[in-house]
Design a protein around this ligand. Structure first.
Ligand code: HEC
Ligand SMILES: [Cu+2]
Length: 319
């Protein structure tokens, strides 16, 4: 198959970047017409108010019972305009490429994001890294994100880094993210997806290239087993309580129903932004997750204080 064209990285520049699409002529047309009509109407109102205002002794104005030609005109003209705009919109929608609809062969997404109720899972196909609720990206470089959803519709939105994009079960959308500067950027789910929709937040940490590469290497390595007894005990409780049926921790468990916890200790927040990630807050969360974020798919295990302390020590050691 020697004639298969090889992947040309410069073709990436031709990918659609919504942020750089010039204003469409359709948008400009609709805006100009709408502004013109508003000005005309407002102008005529102002003129009539002045010209035909009641004056002392003016009596009853002349009564006008309609004008067929005028009525036909003001029905037909707007109808024609609306039909014209409809046709033009239809054509524009058919011919405007969606981001990602024309990915060149060989271009893979940098991040595969899946909306969950009510958290996010992220996979980096290139490096094999899987994380939850918090992504790291290189600053100053565009990152291609593939978006899908597990069960219901979500919407991925980090306002400072790119546009909003729906996440549908069974359908794939794409989105470019770009952080010009290193920093921490906050995102939300922007499509109502059930009880805890409002607590479906995410964080993007944009880092300089070298720092980002170091983060990727960290994520690729399973955290070192800790020698101290308390985290050790926590690990045993994690296994005994079968937390791993829903959670993945590299070399320990492979559950998929909940967030990957392999490097949980290095995350900034707990449960998609509902609490800052501190040992105190994690204890509050584990004491009764349903009290912190009601309705989530993590049950209350009625853990004893000893179990909680050990689990907190273990989970926070996963850096
Ligand atoms: C039935 C599945 C299930 C089991 C079993 C389960 N969890 Fe969870 N867990 C979840 C889900 C789902 C979430 C995400 C909740 C949300 O934010 O919507 C979660 C969230 C978490 C988080 C926050 C993760 C993050 O990324 O912020 C921690 C920590 C956690 N669970 C620890 C545990 C521990 C410890 C156990 C065992 C005692 C356990 N889980 C058992 C489903 C489960
Ligand atoms: Cu959502």
């Amino acid at each position: 198959m020697g004639d298969t064209p090889s992947f040309d990285p410069s073709s990436l520049d031709e990918l659609v970047d919504i942020n750089s699409i010039p204003w469409s002529p359709l948008f400009i047309f609709i805006m100009v017409v709408a502004v013109a009509i508003s000005l005309l109407v407002a102008g005529l109102v102002a003129y009539s108010v002045r010209r035909f205002r009641a004056r002392p002794g003016g009596g009853v104005p002349r009564q006008d019972f309609g004008n067929r030609n005028l009525e036909i005109a003001w029905t037909a003209a707007p109808a024609a305009l609306v039909i014209f705009v409809f046709g033009w919109t239809f054509l524009t929608m058919r011919t405007t490429p969606t981001p990602g609809s024309d990915l060149p062969d060989g271009r893979r997404p940098d991040i595969v994001a899946v909306g969950q109720r009510w958290w996010w899972s992220f996979h980096y196909p290139e490096s094999g890294v899987t994380v939850a609720n918090e992504i790291h990206i290189p600053a100053g470089r565009r990152v291609l994100v593939q978006l899908t959803s597990d069960e219901v519709q979500h919407n991925f939105w980090i306002p400072e880094l790119g546009q909003k994009m729906d996440m549908y079960p069974g359908k794939t959308n794409y989105l470019w993210l770009e952080a010009k500067e290193p920093g921490i950027y906050h995102g939300v789910c922007a499509e109502y997806c059930g009880t805890q929709h409002a607590w479906m937040r995410l964080i993007a940490v944009a880092q300089p290239e070298a720092e980002y590469a170091a983060w990727v290497r960290d994520q690729q390595t399973a955290p070192l087993p800790v020698a101290e007894p308390l985290p050790q005990l926590g690990r045993a409780i994690y296994i005994a309580r079968n937390c791993g049926s829903c959670h993945a921790i590299a070399t320990v468990s492979e559950g998929q129903a909940g967030p990957n916890l392999t490097h949980f200790g290095s995350r900034l927040t707990i449960s998609a932004g509902v609490l800052t990630n501190t040992p105190e807050n994690l204890a509050i969360y584990l004491r009764n997750p349903q009290a912190v974020k009601p309705g989530i798919f993590m049950p209350n295990f009625r853990l004893s204080e000893e179990e909680i302390a050990a689990l907190v020590a273990y989970l926070e050691s996963l850096r």
